[in-house]
Design a protein around this ligand. Structure first.
Ligand SMILES: NC(=O)c1ccc[n+]([C@@H]2O[C@H](COP(=O)([O-])OP(=O)(O)OC[C@H]3O[C@@H](n4cnc5c(N)ncnc54)[C@H](O)[C@@H]3O)[C@@H](O)[C@H]2O)c1
Length: 378
């Protein structure tokens, strides 16, 4: 019986942001071992990474497609942690070579590319995950199960935002080159910056927690004279007829990757903030609102058992990513051992979820470019 898995990484050099978070998240899982990588498009950086990550030099590659061919049948999965424009070609290469994939979001620059990846993964019978890591937080899973159980009744309104200030300097200075600048260049980011980067997280999280799909939306997207959006406001209609409002900003001075989610139902409401991810505000009509704490009293849905630390010891971003991988690796091991993965094993954002995110930012850009007209999503 197989008990461990091996993986490779594309992107995630020593200075990269999210690759490090994937390795730390996977480091919490004794079942996973990093054995190969194409950590950077710059050869010298690749070699430095091999040493730092204890990867044998013979398994360091200078091109993702070369790595996919050479590692076919040797690794269980690959984590793709590169800028957006590399996701499609890298994911396609690994899927075509029969390797399961975990890819960063936004999944691709174009809808057709995401559709193609989903199709290849299905044809090859491979696991395909997209790292919408916030749905890995235990309290988001608790929220989902409370809503499924009917704790707040029928959903009547949603308000959500993702706010950070990382691109505020662009508004007052020359376009300076910094580590994150590829995000604002259409060559590397496609048609959207803020909505593709941050908005897709919210689109997924609301869908994950409530089960509702966006039916149509209208949007404004502020570029402040730059090439891509930096501040988006959106009104949405969901498939149950309820309406919602989202605000995504990367020029929100002083806001620290704040994700705020407020869900109102006919009997109650739930509120979650990524800056306090172990807490949930739960209100029921006619009763005083209460704060639920991860691993604390009053949580009686199964997801309440998923925490790794006692109440009060914070679980953060690395653990959220680790939780996505925990299920992905459990599913992978079941498949390797000829067993059927459970619904809990398969509880991770998949290729279809990634595709939905790409369709979402296309709809936002289409609306914003057409006097904020309503745009339907399928
Ligand atoms: N899930 C999240 O919460 C989250 C957070 C941050 C970033 N992201 C996503 O992760 C991805 C990477 O973002 P980042 O902030 O880590 O970027 P980054 O610029 O910090 O790192 C990018 C990495 O990719 C490498 N790279 C670039 N081109 C490559 C190529 N052709 N082949 C191999 N490696 C290559 C770079 O050397 C670097 O290691 C983006 O798609 C971004 O949207 C997701």
């Amino acid at each position: 019986m197989e008990k461990t898995v091996t993986y490779g990484m594309v992107g995630g050099d020593l200075k990269a942001l999210i690759g490090e978070c994937h390795r730390k998240g996977l480091g919490l899982d004794p079942r996973a071992q990093l054995v190969c990588g194409c950590f950077s498009a710059i050869p010298e950086l690749n070699d430095e990474c091999a040493e730092a990550y204890h990867v044998d030099k013979s398994r360091v590659y200078y091109d993702a497609e070369e790595m996919a061919k050479a590692e076919a049948g040797k690794i269980d999965f690959v984590s793709i942690c590169t800028p957006n424009f590399v996701h499609y070609s890298a994911a396609k290469a690994f899927l075509e070579n029969g390797i399961n994939v975990v890819c960063e979001k936004p999944l691709t620059l174009k809808v057709e590319e995401a559709e193609e990846l989903v199709r290849i993964a299905k044809e090859k019978n491979l696991l395909f995950a997209v790292d919408y890591c916030y749905s890995g937080y235990v309290m988001c899973k608790v929220m989902k199960q409370m809503i499924e159980r009917g704790d707040i009744g029928d959903i009547i309104a949603i308000n959500a935002d993702y706010l950070e200030g990382c691109f505020l300097p662009l508004l007052s200075e020359q376009d300076q080159v910094n580590a994150r600048i590829w995000r604002t260049d259409p060559k590397y980011s496609g048609i959207s910056n803020t909505c593709a980067d941050d908005g897709t997280h919210v689109e997924h999280l609301v869908n994950y927690v409530t089960g509702l799909k966006v039916k149509r939306l209208l949007a404004t997207a502020d570029t402040f004279g730059k090439k891509l959006d930096l501040n988006d406001n959106i009104i949405l209609e969901y498939d149950n007829g309820a309406h919602g409002a989202y605000w995504f900003s990367q020029v929100a001075c002083g806001s620290p990757n704040e994700i705020n989610l407020r869900i109102y139902g006919s009997k109650g409401s739930l509120e979650w903030h990524q800056t306090r991810p172990d807490e949930l505000r739960f209100a029921q009509a006619g009763k005083a609102a209460q704060t639920l704490y991860r691993n604390g009293d009053g949580i009686d849905v199964p997801a309440g058992q998923l925490g790794r630390m006692p109440m009060g010891h914070p679980e953060g971003f690395y653990v959220a990513i680790a939780n996505i991988y925990r299920n992905f690796i459990s599913a992978l091991l079941k498949i390797k051992n000829g067993e059927e993965p459970t619904a809990e094993d398969m509880d991770f954002p998949d290729g279809e979820t990634g595709l939905s995110g790409v369709k979402f930012f296309y709809a936002v850009v289409e609306s914003a470019n057409n006097n904020s007209k309503w745009v339907d999503l399928d």
